[in-house]
Design a protein around this ligand. Structure first.
Ligand code: DOR
Ligand code: ZN
Length: 346
């Protein structure tokens, strides 16, 4: 197969930032994706529907109307979140979910939830109102090995959460382990997961190839090859529980190439092309449309997009750097060859 046409995909996990950074990156996502679930970890975080709606407008202001891009907004869950805000989400057509960051687990997660018990009553209310929870599934405990934080989160937090509030709809975001794949597969249809291009394309050796590679550092961190294989199986399985979420998270080169480099990989410049290359390598291009354009819409109960995109098998070189907020960033797979290319939209 040298050409593939898909229903225009959606990105169910995206960091767009704000201000000049937002203006630099949002066009990349809008070119490939019809809709995207927008992460609320700005500084300060997006905690109210009013703030989410203002942020949504700033996103739309950066795009021409013809783009048709629809941001699906989310709120940042804190210990202080209340039922009124859940009601406002229910009444609003542009805000879709709450995002749960364990406090301190990742970039701008300082305001996250300190103990899951603190938000249990609110999560019960969200379940009652059918508002989904998007989960950063890692414990923030620095005593736990960084490669085990997702597994320990499943064992110590997630299993009991899912069991105790069994009607809550949950997206286990950017899963990275065989443990997460098996957990999601065994759980009810209310539990689903997103998978990133970088966790499908690379294992943890990428962080240490010929020296230390800060541009491959993200959270959850890349894992062993056996985990990557489990993610590949899940993504290409056709199961409606697994869908596309890039977790594209831009940081300027100087913030990554640093004594204490930030976590986050920018992949929105070529996300669908990298997913296509990965699926092709697995001989599974036939299941790409489900993963990229159908499964997530099903979980979020959104209509399928009417636009289409076409990709062609054509090798092209990913640029070494891209302009970013008056500075620059190193995109995912900078300088490497991508084997599929987005050629047009219908
Ligand atoms: O690597 C990451 N970067 N993981 C996250 O969860 C947040 C993100 C960011 O916002 O930079
Ligand atoms: Zn993220």
């Amino acid at each position: 197969m040298n050409k593939i046409t898909l229903i225009k995909p959606d990105d169910f996990h995206l960091h767009l930032r704000d201000g000049a950074a937002l203006a630099s990156v949002v066009g990349d996502s809008a070119r490939q994706f019809a809709r995207a679930v927008i992460m609320p970890n700005l500084s300060p975080p997006v905690v109210s529907v009013a703030q989410a709606m203002a942020y949504r407008q700033r996103i739309l202001d950066c795009l021409p109307e013809s783009s048709g891009f629809k941001p699906l907004m989310t709120l940042y869950l804190t210990d202080n979140a209340n039922r009124d805000e859940v009601d406002r989400v229910v009444d609003n057509d542009n805000v879709y979910a709450f995002k749960y960051y364990p406090a301190g687990a990742t970039t701008n997660a300082e305001a996250g939830v300190t103990h899951i018990e603190k938000v249990f009553p609110l999560l019960e209310y969200m379940a009652e109102k059918d508002v989904p929870l998007l989960v950063h599934g890692e414990v923030a405990d620095t005593g736990v090995d960084v490669f085990d934080r997702e597994k320990v989160f499943i064992e110590n937090v997630f299993s009991s959460l899912v069991e105790k509030i069994s009607s809550l709809r949950v997206v286990f975001e950017h899963i990275t382990t065989i443990d997460a794949v098996q957990f999601v597969e065994a759980a009810s249809e209310r539990i689903s997961a997103t998978i990133t291009p970088h966790h499908l394309a690379f294992n943890r050796n990428a962080i240490f190839r010929d020296g230390i590679n800060p541009h491959h550092y993200c959270l959850p961190i890349l894992k062993r090859e056996e985990h990557r294989q489990a993610l590949l199986e899940a993504a290409t399985s056709g199961s409606p529980k697994f869908f596309l979420g890039t977790d594209s998270a831009p940081h300027a080169t100087g913030a990554k190439e640093n004594a204490c480099g930030c976590a986050g990989i920018y992949n929105a410049h070529a996300a669908i092309e990298i997913y296509a290359s990965v699926f092709d390598k697995m001989n599974q291009l036939g299941s790409l449309e489900k993963f990229a354009s159908k499964n997530g819409a099903g979980f979020y109960r959104l209509p399928l997009n009417t636009r289409k995109i076409t990709l062609r098998k054509e090798a092209w070189r990913i640029p070494d750097k891209l302009a970013f907020a008056g500075s620059e960033l190193a995109p995912f797979m900078a300088g490497e060859t991508c084997r599929w290319k987005l050629v047009h939209e219908q």
